[in-house]
Write a new protein. Structure first.
Length: 94
């Protein structure tokens, strides 16, 4: 049995929201660092919006970051409104 998960990397082609909705216990107990693909077009094809996933993870106390010139910087949530937004984001527990 695994007692602790430190990192989760997920890219499930539009099922990211469902995957994290089903990971309540893991996110609540282990608080792993999350590496998540955010792809607006794929999310819409799966009938959800990126802000739903962002808000779900934020509700667990996570903050989003991304790499900019080899530096981890806070993510600007307003970018999620771009209908073609795509990025791999890193979520860390506050």
């Amino acid at each position: 049995m695994i007692d602790h998960v430190g990192v989760i990397k997920i890219d499930v082609e539009g099922s990211e929201l469902a995957a994290f909705q089903g990971a309540h216990n893991l996110l609540s107990k282990s608080h792993p660092v999350l590496l998540v693909e955010f792809h607006a077009i794929v999310a819409r094809q799966a009938s959800w919006e990126l802000v739903e996933l962002y808000d779900l993870l934020k509700g667990y106390g996570y903050t989003a970051h991304e790499f900019n010139r080899n530096e981890l910087v806070p993510f600007d949530q307003s970018r999620l409104s771009n209908p073609e937004f795509y990025a791999n984001l890193i979520f860390k527990k506050d």
